[in-house]
Design a protein around this ligand. Sequence first.
Ligand code: ADP
Ligand code: MG
Length: 428
Amino acid sequence: MEICNGFDFNIFNESIEDEFPRVKPAEITVLWDQVLGKGGFCSVHEVSAVNCHLTDDEVSSEDQSTKNAFGFQNKQYMNEHYKRDGHTRYAIKKLSNSNYEQGDEHFVHGIIDLALETRLLAVLRHKHIIKMRAIADVSDASSPDYFIMMDRLSETLSSRIVQTWKKENNKLFAKKKKKIEHLVTRIGVALDICSALEFLHDKNIVYRDLKPENIGFDIRDDLKVFDFGLCSELRRKDLVIGSDPATYKLTKECGTFRYMAPEVEMGLPYNQTADVYSFAILVSYICNLELPFSSFNNFQIRNNVHKGKKVRPKINKLYPDRLKKTIRLMWDADLSKRPSMMQVRSALNESWLHLIDDHIGGATNGGILDISNRTELSLRDDADKLETLKSNTPYTEQTLRTMESRSRSGSSTASCDEQMPPVQTVRV
Ligand SMILES: Nc1ncnc2c1ncn2[C@@H]1O[C@H](COP(=O)(O)OP(=O)(O)O)[C@@H](O)[C@H]1O
Ligand SMILES: [Mg+2]
């Protein structure tokens, strides 16, 4: 599979970032005591009100649009629409307060992840990728007040699996048709994730932390992938010369053990197929509704999944053959055997239609699934991610030094999931 397109390009585009509304901490009301979620470094809180000060230029007359030339909501829009049908519309993500107490090193890594996430969310536009709406108007991106404001999600995939799908499935016992109907719904969700990953891979980005805790649903039940702090661009300077398929020297142990591809854990060169592996483990969870490797700790995953017997989750015999075959290829220990996300989408789509035709007998929408909504982004050639961050963000000297040493050392960035303590407590 061809991974590298032969060109180095940089997705970051600070001119687009400049178009985002800047919101001062005092202009929003945040429910600090209600944490919507917490990850390794950040916490996410609901924004209960938006009251941005508007300059004369920012007050639009009635016939003017409340979106700017890039289609971003402006401050006036946010002031007027921070609630929709009685539900709050926005959430902010910021470094957890505990990070400021855990010493500089930890703090700096949190800042870097959030800064990279800001850069990426500013340019990524896809139906199944969370939308950033505003950036904190603070003098220094490493300020404790720094945040990004995004659409608020109603539920994560991990909670959907545990709270809804498992319970539904347990009630169904022998009702095969119903079970298949539910499986069809779940494969539809997997297809949405697939389209987001395909989009990222198309832009030469590897996501690296695919797991149910980083996927959610908005109020309309549209799936959104979020948490882009561990993404990386595949750059020519990291390419392993002569590798076929092309692989890159990238950070070791980046992501979450349960879903982490063996080569990532072992510190070997890798490429976008690391996400394909993670997607396979996630698809098995979505299909089987059993947490993969639930009896293993990280050490056992290393010895039994990544090495040794290369244990994998069970595949239900009743699934369509193409689905079974594709899952086996996706989690192959040999990354060169893994399909591209485009091939995965085609296989999943076919299995989805097959299940509908054979077991449910419903209309299949002419065999076409509208699962992608990509737009062409303005991409800038030949720039370096770190350089971009350095040149455009007001970091302190110390922050920059640590960023540089991290980028040189290629140290690990293990994340954690809800069910398992991480091997590394620090994502660096
Ligand atoms: N836009 C959002 N709306 C509601 N909850 C969210 C949103 N973004 C994240 N969360 C919750 O916060 C948790 C942590 O957010 P995440 O972006 O994954 O942070 P981290 O980078 O620290 O892992 C998520 O697992 C989820 O439960
Ligand atoms: Mg997360």
